[in-house]
Design a protein around this ligand. Structure first.
Ligand code: HEM
Length: 531
């Protein structure tokens, strides 16, 4: 009896005996026997690591890059705090090199020709800025348009940067220089001319110049100050890789708050500009010029609709639709966004270089006094700027020697056969570089020396293929003429009104990457009025 079930219970009700529908045997049986949740997770993890490595190697193909990637994150920590020498090492490693950060496969082009090819291949690539930019600028912002939509929108903005338009903005720019140079002198005097880091001051100055040029006097001094103070948070939010959503109290969160504040301020300006232009006011800033172009287009369309005969000369060069205050604000914000870091970098290097090269500063000063017939107070005009041959060479050489934007991220939207044997896969990030083209010994002999004369008596002006400071192709910088005129006006005026001294440190020539590039020590300066 002992061998039979003596409990009168059904065998399947006995907890010890369970029915086995599938009974594995052999190796599978031994694997499954001690399979636990932890083991399952570990297996999944190892599978994911292997997939991540293989995916990286497959995307990498023959492109120069590390033989393997740190699982998942890759060199994420390096991308949070990028170092210039690390970029340089990448450029030196090959004309195409790669890294993979989390899910993003990134290809960096170093040579001039590869970089140009990317800039000029809109069928395969589009600018991708950084992920968080969509959240800061609004996903429907014009800068994210592609192809024909982008070209059409941009055509409507070209008129804001013509010579004639730019001359209307000069008085606003000059006002800001007057105000800030007085402030520079005051700060230095209060400090007993002790050298202090001036990079933050240049950032504020550029922010104020931009705000006054873009939205004139529709914005208050206090609002400009707040934008200048908070803009740091927008730049700090522009990391290469962010979380897919904005977590409270992170850099992206602070950046978004600052961006919303700027958008709200500019929207208020748009409403005021519309009222002023409708009442026949003078164009005095970029926003006015755009609002007026919209209102002129509306009038023209109205006449056509009413059957009123119109002269072909009355047709606006570009027929625009009406934009809402918010849309206008969004567009003007893209100008601030595009200009702030680049012009801050350029102005910091320009002041540092001028102080380090008194021979160059003397020539700038001499030219500026001469073209104004010795009148330091002569107002800034287009004619004056046209005559600043040497000052212009100094600005161009500064931009070549220290190009503010060293790389421009693009997104591959369709498998991109970039060279024989290399096709960069759709979804990858591809980055044309500006720095190497600007430091190419063939184009600019002694490329690592600062030599403005190369733009006057040398061949620099003919190296148009290497001049990638403002990009090239359909997305080339919309503000490039304005940016250069602004820098010329800035340094010309400073040279006549102030003396400044740079205190070099071992880090003055080292490059810090903060969206654009700055001297590592933030440029220690002190200012004195000129006798
Ligand atoms: C020294 C100052 C500046 C530098 C070095 C600079 C450089 C650049 C570069 C490299 C690009 C990307 C071009 C490309 O992808 O081909 C760009 C785009 C752009 N820049 Fe600038 N920029 C400067 C100042 C400005 C200013 C002052 C403005 C506005 C007033 C501006 C407005 C823009 C805009 C709107 C774009 C995007 C154009 C598009 O996608 O169609 N930039 N800039």
């Amino acid at each position: 009896m002992a061998s039979v079930n003596g409990s009168f219970a059904s065998p399947s009700a006995d907890a010890v005996i369970s029915p086995r529908l599938f009974e594995p045997t052999g190796l599978l049986a031994s694997v499954l026997e001690d399979f636990t949740v932890w083991k399952a997770l570990l297996t999944l993890f190892i599978g994911a690591v292997i997939y991540d490595q293989f995916r990286y190697l497959w995307l990498k193909g023959s492109i120069v890059g590390p033989a393997w990637k740190l699982p998942f994150m890759g060199p994420f920590l390096q991308s949070v705090n990028p170092k210039f020498h690390e970029y340089k090492a990448k450029w030196d490693s090959g004309e195409l090199s790669c890294v993979s950060v989390f899910h993003k496969f990134v290809v960096i082009a170093s040579s001039r020709d590869m970089s140009r090819k990317i800039f000029n291949s809109p069928t395969y690539v589009k600018p991708c800025v950084v992920d968080v930019a969509h959240k800061l600028l609004g996903a429907d912002n014009w800068v994210f348009l592609d192809g024909k939509d982008h070209v059409d929108f941009r055509k409507g903005l070209n008129g804001l940067f013509t010579r004639q338009a730019l001359s209307c903005y000069l008085p606003r720019m000059e006002e800001v220089y007057n105000e800030y140079y007085a402030r520079f002198l005051r700060i230095s005097k209060e400090n007993n001319c002790k050298p202090t880091p001036w990079m933050p001051e240049f950032r504020e100055l550029m922010c104020a110049v931009s705000c006054r040029t873009f939205v004139g006097h529709y914005i208050t001094e206090e609002a400009i100050q707040k934008i200048a103070d908070d803009y740091y948070m927008i730049t700090a939010a522009l990391e290469l890789v962010n979380f897919p959503f904005i977590l409270p109290y992170t850099k992206a969160w602070y950046g978004k708050k600052a961006a919303d504040m700027v958008l709200a301020e500019f929207a208020k300006c748009a409403a005021k500009s519309k009222a002023n232009m409708a009442a026949g006011g003078e164009v005095s800033c970029i926003m006015d010029a755009w609002v007026k172009a919209q209102q002129d287009s509306a009038k023209y369309r109205e006449k056509l609709a009413q059957g009123v005969p119109v002269d072909t000369n009355d047709k606006p060069p570009q027929l625009l639709r009406d934009f809402t205050d918010y849309e206008i604000s969004q567009t003007i914000f893209t100008f601030l966004f595009a200009s702030q870091d680049a012009t801050s970098a350029a102005s910091t290097w320009l002041f540092q270089l001028m102080a380090d090269r008194p021979d160059v500063l003397d020539k700038v000063r001499e030219e500026n006094l001469r073209i104004r017939n010795g009148n330091v107070q002569a107002p800034l005009t287009m004619e004056l700027l046209d005559n600043m041959t040497y000052t212009r060479a100094v600005v161009k050489e500064t931009l070549r020697y220290r190009p503010p934007v060293i790389m421009v991220p693009y997104l591959v939207k369709k498998d991109f056969p970039i060279s024989e044997g290399v096709t960069v896969s759709k979804g990858s990030m591809i980055i044309p570089s500006v720095w190497p083209a600007c430091h190419d010994e063939d184009a600019y002999p002694n490329a690592d020396s600062f030599d403005p004369d190369r733009w006057i008596s040398g061949t620099a002006e003919q190296q148009t293929k290497n001049w990638l400071v403002f990009g090239t192709g359909p997305h080339y910088c919309l503000g490039q003429t304005y940016a250069q005129l602004n820098l010329m006006a800035m340094i010309g005026k400073a040279s006549m009104e102030m003396d400044w001294e740079h205190t070099p440190t071992p880090e003055s020539e080292d490059i810090k990457v903060f969206a654009t590039i700055f001297p590592q020590d933030d440029c220690l300066l002190s200012f004195r009025p000129r006798p």
